[in-house]
Design a protein around this ligand. Structure first.
Ligand code: ADP
Ligand code: MG
Ligand code: ZN
Length: 483
């Protein structure tokens, strides 16, 4: 019998916080807009001797907000710690982080799925730290830019609760959505503001042991997370199959070659010589303060999904799609509120033609200029049969590309649907006399030929004939020839 294996995955997610200033000094944290390297720096974030850190209040608020959104307890007493290691991107020779007492711990996130019973991933902790400087490796040297050094960074650590790559991907996707809902992080992974580390082990199916894991660092896209995890699972299985042992180590992901590569043996916590940060007092968070942060929580994707299912009678997957981004959910609700058509119909328009345009044009929702009211008017014109579904799509694409008012576009493009029977009847007579063979087939019992003839009607009327009226007339006209 061949042995099967079960993957065990835990994720560590690093997210920069969208504050104006850095974590422990007043330098701007907006390093992406800096005109030059090493311009947003001061003695604190470049680690000059004697410089003293001061905690960024806004960063603490945002960290607590994330902790609460992930169902964590906020630790009213939490402390900063020094994580000691040397690397050229770390000017102090240590990173200020949180170790024994993080700001938030013991939460969970339900991964959305098809069923009523989503899979729950335990969030072990959420802690505050500072980002490092940015290194650029040239041929024979490296360049260092301290603009990023000291930018507030959140680390969100899960328990090893995920059992396949899809689960890890949905967890990561949901975390990103929540950070964006909370407006604490832009989610721009290509800019490096959100980075994943996947901890992976495999064990014989049915076993509950936790085997030696490897850690893949700095995964900067969902694609990298997916491919690297899948690769590493297979690699470890091969090691066990060959009778070997997996070595605990830190790996990098080589995107071009599609392989994980060893960077260093994984250090244990004691290698960092963590100790309490002597330059910063513990954070004392009052219950009233925690409550006030909690009151700022918006309706999050899960709750919104459930509400959309109930209020708009949508299927789970439909509601999940619409609530994946808050602006999209808001847009859907704005269209619904201005339209006479059913929310189901509006979902189809958004999930179909509208999102296809977004994908094809690679535009984000905020760069699309179609007022909800005009979209609603167009959908209602289709619902009322003023225009056909296909013509509606043409009008929508025109509005998305060049703006305009649906009624005027319909007029200009001569797209109004006709249910005037005289006009349709005329077209039908012509088609039937041009295609006597098809009429005979119909009369001989081949009813599917009606679809083909309807296609001819749509073509000769340029899609303007109301299909229901046309079909009725078509069948009636052919039936008359029976006698
Ligand atoms: P460290 O603090 O040394 O990095 P932790 O035990 O805190 O190690 O775990 C770090 C991450 O590794 C967590 O996300 C955790 O879920 C994950 N992890 C721990 N053990 C395993 C394992 N055996 N297999 C897969 N992931 C694991
Ligand atoms: Mg780690
Ligand atoms: Zn500074």
């Amino acid at each position: 019998m061949t042995q099967t294996y079960e993957p065990v995955i835990g994720l560590e997610i690093h997210a920069e916080l969208l504050t104006n200033s850095k974590m422990f000094c007043s330098c701007s944290a907006d390093y992406g807009s800096a005109p030059e390297p090493n311009t947003l720096i001061c003695p604190v974030c470049t680690g000059l001797p004697g410089a003293l850190p001061v905690v960024n209040k806004k960063a603490v608020e945002l960290a607590a907000l994330v902790g609460l959104a992930l169902n964590c307890s906020i630790n009213p007493h939490n402390t900063f710690a020094r994580k000691n290691y040397y690397y050229p991107d770390l000017p102090k020779g240590y990173q200020i982080s949180q170790y024994e007492l993080p700001i938030a711990s013991n939460g969970y996130l339900d991964i959305p799925g098809d069923t009523e019973n989503p899979q729950r991933v335990t969030v072990r902790r959420v802690h505050i730290e500072e980002d490092t400087a940015k290194l650029t490796h040239e041929k024979n040297h490296a360049l260092v830019d301290f603009n990023r050094a000291g930018v507030p960074l959140l680390e969100i650590v899960s328990e090893p609760d995920m059992r396949n790559v899809e689960a890890a991907l949905s967890y990561a996707t949901r975390i990103r959505a929540i950070l964006r809902y909370l407006e604490v992080n832009s989610g721009d992974m290509e800019k490096g503001v959100l980075r994943f580390e996947a901890n992976i082990s495999v064990r014989p199916s049915g076993s509950s042991e936790l085997r030696t894991r490897t850690e893949i660092k700095n995964l900067n896209s969902f694609r990298a997370l997916t491919r690297a995890s899948a690769y590493e699972i297979e690699r470890q299985i091969k090691v066990y199959e060959a009778g070997g042992e997996v070595v605990q180590e830190t790996l990098g992901w080589d995107e071009a070659r599609g392989v994980t590569v060893s960077q260093r043996g994984k250090e244990d916590a004691h290698d960092y010589r963590y100790f309490p940060e002597p330059d910063l007092p513990p954070l004392q968070l009052e219950p009233a303060w925690i409550a006030s942060i909690k009151s700022l929580l918006p309706e999050l994707p899960d709750a919104k999904t459930r509400r959309f299912m109930e209020q708009y009678e949508l299927k789970r997957q439909e509601a999940i799609l619409l609530t994946s981004e808050k602006p999209l959910a808001d847009y859907f609700e704005a269209v619904v509120s201005k339209s006479r058509s059913s929310p189901k119909t509006i979902h189809s328009w958004i999930a179909g033609e509208f999102m296809r345009y977004m994908n094809d044009s690679e535009l984000a929702l905020e760069n699309i200029d179609l007022p909800a009211e005009k979209f609603a008017q167009l959908i209602d014109m289709v619902t009322d049969k003023t225009v056909s579904g296909n013509s509606g799509k043409i009008v929508l694409n025109e509005m998305l590309k060049n703006g305009g008012v649906p009624q005027e576009i319909v007029k200009a493009k001569n797209l109004a649907q006709v249910s005037d029977t005289g006009f349709i009847q005329e077209a039908i007579e012509k088609i039937l006399s041009d295609n006597p063979g098809e009429v005979e087939q119909y009369l001989a019992g081949k009813e599917t030929i009606v679809q083909w003839l309807m296609g001819q009607v749509a073509r000769s009327t340029k899609g303007k004939a109301d299909p229901n009226v046309a079909k009725e007339l078509l069948v009636k006209t052919m039936e008359k020839r029976r006698k």
